[in-house]
Design a protein around this ligand. Structure first.
Ligand SMILES: Cc1ncc(COP(=O)(O)O)c(C=O)c1O
Length: 382
């Protein structure tokens, strides 16, 4: 009965595309190396003094380990509400928590798509959680060419008479290319187009960009032009969970329509209390953000010319290798040199664009980034 699954796995092995989860021992061994793989962009995941301060100051209510029910039914709301209020004050918008970025996108995209005469239009490179939200909704959706406003305008023009509402979905920093969406132009397009809602996933920008770390929309001063901002807490914020910053009406609508919110146990209170503690510190981490930007520029200025048009402008820097087996070999070679950098293969990226994804963090010594560049310039990688 399970032959079909076994042969699928064999095919993945033959293509060099089979994945596995590291054992605890395997993972622990990598702790000695320089981490260029995790999304801990501000280097907060290892700041044990922050954890100690949090635990010493949190109240018993904040230290509860389970919500025991979904958000709509739970009797433990204190930490969730406090976190939502903190984020709401920062964004000047209503905020609703979700259990993860995956939950936030699947729930929000499918709920928005559920209204009649709505067309979802997403950038071709948006994250799997957005695609899954579109597919789950069973509603209509289109994709436009990556970061190409003219392609988006064309999709809107072609569909103008059939739909009353367009939900345009982009990421501010793309998770595999590290490039940045043309958000100022998108905000302008939304101002020109009363039927358009703008949805920006700031998963890789929250904590990292903007004066207080709220993301690229804050950096550009366009938060008020965006209808839905998604932020995730499992990356720069060294926690887990996610949030939607939006209008009062859309928040209420999501509470009533987002199935990933309604039908899943809410985040543990302790997790929300930790997120709030850390976010209050992140807002003041401009020095870390500047440092990360400097390290990132060093690496992308080396890698971008080698990447056939991919223009990273962030702490996510790909190095396109273009072959599943070779990219694994390059990752192994980097490991021998003391770097953990993961190979990214299909279906995460298109076949032929297999790459190493470097993910930098603010606690890296600059000499390590320079050593990486030196190692890359001596590595047979393509
Ligand atoms: C753009 C984007 N959105 C959402 C997510 C999912 O977030 P989470 O890991 O919190 O589920 C990711 C994860 O990498 C992502 O890259």
């Amino acid at each position: 009965m399970t032959d079909v699954f076994a042969s699928y796995l064999e095919r993945l092995s033959a293509e060099g595309n089979r994945r596995h989860i590291k054992s605890a021992a395997e993972a622990r061994e990598l702790w000695q190396l320089t981490d260029l793989a995790s999304n801990d962009y501000l280097g907060l995941a290892h700041r044990h003094e922050l954890v100690a301060e949090f635990l010493a100051t949190a109240t018993a209510e904040e230290l509860q380990l389970t919500s025991s029910a979904s958000r709509l039914l739970s009797l433990r709301q204190h930490s969730h509400q406090a976190l939502e209020e903190t984020l709401a004050a920062l964004y000047g918008r209503e905020v609703l928590l979700f259990n993860s970025g995956y939950h936030a996108n699947v729930g929000t995209v499918s709920a928005l798509a559920a209204m009649p005469r709505t067309l979802i239009i997403a950038d071709r490179l948006v994250h799997a959680s957005i695609i899954d939200g579109m597919v789950l909704s069973r509603a209509d959706f289109r994709r436009f060419r990556h970061n190409d406003i003219e392609s988006l305008r064309a999709v809107i023009r072609q569909n103008d008479d059939r739909y009353s509402r367009f939900v345009v979905i982009v990421e501010s920093i793309y998770s595999m290319d590290g490039d940045v969406a043309p958000l100022a132009e998108l905000a302008q397009l939304r101002r020109e187009n009363p039927n358009m809602l703008l949805y920006v996933d700031e998963a890789h920008a929250f904590g990292v960009r903007g004066e207080r770390g709220l993301g690229v929309c804050e950096e550009l001063g366009i938060i008020d032009d965006v209808d839905v901002v998604i932020g995730t807490l499992g990356k720069a914020a060294a926690s887990s969970g996610a949030f939607v910053a939006t209008t009062p009406t859309l928040k209420e609508y999501l509470i009533n329509a987002a199935r990933s919110l309604i039908f899943s146990t809410a985040l543990p209170p302790i997790n929300c209390a930790w997120s709030r503690f850390i976010i209050e510190r992140i807002t003041a981490m401009s020095a870390e953000r500047k440092r990360l930007a400097r390290l990132s520029a060093l690496l992308y200025e080396y890698c971008n010319p080698l990447n056939g048009g991919i223009e990273s402008r962030s702490q996510i820097v790909p190095l396109v290798v273009g072959d599943a087996r070779r990219v694994v070999a390059v990752s192994d070679a980097l490991r021998q040199e003391g770097f953990v950098a993961l190979p990214i293969r299909k279906p995460t990226v298109a076949a032929g664009t297999e790459r190493i994804r470097f993910s930098l963090n603010a606690s890296l010594p600059e000499e390590e980034v320079r050593r990486l560049i030196s190692v890359l310039s001596h590595t047979e990688w393509s």
